[in-house]
Design a binder for this molecule. Sequence first.
Ligand SMILES: Nc1nc2c(ncn2[C@@H]2O[C@H](COP(=O)(O)OP(=O)(O)OP(=O)(O)O)[C@@H](O)[C@H]2O)c(=O)[nH]1
Ligand SMILES: [Mg+2]
Length: 442
Amino acid sequence: MFEDEDIEGEVTRGARALVICPDIRGQRRSEDPENRLEEARGLALAIGIVVADAFVLPIRNVRPGTLFGEGQIDRIATSCTLEEAELVIIDASISAIQQRNLEERLKRKVIDRTGLILEIFGERAATAEGRLQVELAHLDYQASRLVRSWTHLERQRGGFGFLGGPGETQIEADRRMIRSRMGRLRRDLEQVRKTRELHRKRRGRAPWPVIALVGYTNAGKSTLFNRLTGSDVMAEDLLFATLDPTMRAIRLPGVEKSILSDTVGFISDLPTQLVAAFRATLEEVTAADVILHVRDMANPANATQKQQVIGVLTDLGVIDGEDGQSDMPIIEVWNKFDLIDADRRAELLGLAEHSDDVVAISAESGFGVDDLLDKLGEMLTEGARVHHLTLPASDGQRIAWLHAHGEVIGDEDAGEGEVGPLRRIDVRLTEKELGRFEALET
Ligand SMILES: Nc1nc2c(ncn2[C@@H]2O[C@H](COP(=O)(O)OP(=O)(O)OP(=O)(O)O)[C@@H](O)[C@H]2O)c(=O)[nH]1
Ligand SMILES: [Mg+2]
């Protein structure tokens, strides 16, 4: 039926798969296994896999070789036959040995959660940087598999015993190749990172505040981004629809122009390889003036998802791990309000109204979006006070900047200075805007 070659190679679109969520006893999973199963199903769909069946398997004792017990493996095998599944997805991190043993027993390709997420990211990466990051993560994953699946590969390649066989030589060669490729990728990424930092510095000096959208995958970040900017970035009912950061200008009450930035969504148990690889992208968030944390309030797992997002923000240093405080303002955007039933909606609206940093919206219908814009405008102009500035009348650009960004209260001639006529401008600005003004080129 299935030859060995069939279980090697890439995950293919349209493949029929079984999705299995091991519920390991004693392993503190914050989430209900049924929710996890739903999410795993979503991950499979995100890459065009047909989910033939999906179920939770409770595990009392982890078998080091196969994870599942004998009876469970039989059950999986039967389901595979009944459902004509050619692929088995295990929603957990499994070792290379477990993967190989399961593949041998089931005569089907088996991938784990990390493998699946890497496949999705591989398919989505569109920019040069995104591709470098995903490839690096992938190689890192492969390298760890090579080391750990040593015995299996050695056997497969027909080595002559334990040491010095051709199998081992091959693995050594593969490993060397992977390492040298990873070294190259790291250098390339370092270059990209430097360029990005330069851009950020330049932007830092640029006069516009930055608002970053963050949130669990599928929360509705891109839908909100599109609504606020009138653009058309990919927003779909797909996990990880967005991978590369996108920025557009928006207008807010009292703020002539600011930049809205959309980026990759978060997920629980994001493979460590990916977190490391995407650090540079996520670092954009740390340079923002305001963070919008978009939440899918219609998702039953939304409280756990919030904790996951806070965890990533803490890793990035946006939120202090000790006191849970953040350096920059974070607005919680309670999204998908149109999907919530009337009673719950009333209850949540009550809560949102009593909180300074929560806005309830529907990015889809537009409900609450004006309130969100008002709040953002308020936040960016908060703490503004009047500054009395004197500058050369010939400095048209900076004077125009003040008129565009601040509320100019007075503007009059202020006599002659060394460089010619002067103007005195009384303008209401926030500290941040004043900093930006001072950083403008004269
Ligand atoms: N009913 C309803 N659906 C929404 C709302 N906001 C977003 N959606 C839907 O939710 C799905 C995910 O939206 P996206 O905007 O792609 O989510 P995202 O946060 O950008 O997701 P990733 O890029 O995958 O991290 C899409 O099918 C949207 O149409 C909303 O307010 N109401
Ligand atoms: Mg998106």
